[in-house]
Every structure is written in structure tokens, then in C-alpha cells.
Design a protein around this ligand. Sequence first.
Ligand SMILES: [Zn+2]
Length: 109
Amino acid sequence: MANHGLPSLPSLPSSARSRDLKPCECGCSGLTQRRFVPGHDSILKAWRIRVERDVVKLEDIPHDGLRAAVARELGLAKPLTKAELKARKKAEAEAKAREIAEMPIKNVG
Ligand SMILES: [Zn+2]
């Protein structure tokens, strides 16, 4: 036997889970540890290029959060609307709640 009869130790909690989650910057309300959910930086860039080249108008971008993100990328950012602020606060609160729910329970004593 490789461990010479010693009982094995319990595994340690993952430290990756304790990193802060934040809303994706494309405005999709997805949560990520980085700036974007994987692939969403490309979606934002694709829309920005189409607006820059007059293929679509900013107003024609179908999703409010994405439209705001493209405007921000283009330097046309307007202050967030009440609905956008509310959605952002909700996403941050959900991220915090999820983080707390995933915390490892430590045995005391
Ligand atoms: Zn996103």
C-alpha cells in the first residue's frame, strides 16, 4: 500500500470558487470572473464594427444592454437608465448570494 496504512486526508475546498463574479460587459446579464462571458467580447465587437460602418444603426441593436455596451465602446455612452441600473444591481446581488451559497462549510472545534 502506497500510504503505509495512513488514512487519506479530506480534499481542500477549491479557491477558484471564491473569486468575485461580475456582470458580463456585453450587457447580457451573464456572470463571469473576467470582463466577458467567453465569446461575448466578439459579439460586442461584431456589433460595434457594424455600427461604425453604418451597416446597422445603434438604435437597431435588439437588446438594451448590448446597445448600451456598444455605445460605451464607441464613446457615445449615456448614463444608465433606471432599468439598466436595477438590472445591474440585481445581477450583482445574485452573484453575491451565489458566492455565499457556494462557500465551504467549516467544522468548528
Ligand atoms: Zn455577455
